[in-house]
Design a protein around this ligand. Sequence first.
Ligand code: IMP
Length: 219
Amino acid sequence: MPEHPSDTTLVLASRNPKKSREISALLAPYGLKVVGVDQFANVPEVDEDRDSFIGNAQKKAAEVAQVVRRWTIAEDSGLCVDALNGAPGVYSARYAHEDRPDGESVDRQTQDSLNNAKLIRELSDIPRDRRTAKYICHVSVADPEGVVRLDVECACRGMIIDEPRGENGFGYDPYFSIPEYHRTFGELSGLVKNCLSHRSRAMQRLIPQLVALLAGERR
Ligand code: IMP
């Protein structure tokens, strides 16, 4: 490993460019750089087949680290709606899987639109004040041998609204409103989302542990 935290580069086990951008921005002030897994040839797609955020995050971190032989950071995140017993939860990315035209694979934006349409459909009978929800983010870090060394999980609470608002963020963001700000994550700037979000909270909790772990490895 390099001598200083500022030289530390981790592999990020995600192919979602918006998520990668958020995570890079959160880690950069601490001298922690990330390179996307798409910068490496021959890393197979990890099947996110576990039934928990921790299960998928650990699996992604360990499997990618074993291929690239570097420190790897992975996260699994999703939206849990109280009135839907926590759905879509760990299945957030493929919530409306069955609504795809002829079961085709669709681009990320179309998938997001189908997911949001299903969410609003499922909530149609639920009164507004009962549409409480939380985003959850679990982050795992694996060492170059693929052993998971760190785990953190954080949440961010909000409400689901009926009509989309704002163009920022991704996924369910235009429907996820932060009551204290009277704004959705689609309306709030990336800077504000990166202070409040589940991903930001998880990274803030992770960073001191990660810095200490990497420093300890160098001794
Ligand atoms: P993953 O890539 O399997 O972790 O899928 C996470 C899914 O959860 C995304 O595709 C989104 O649908 C949803 N999600 C997670 N975090 C966010 C967020 O910050 N904003 C909006 N949607 C999110």
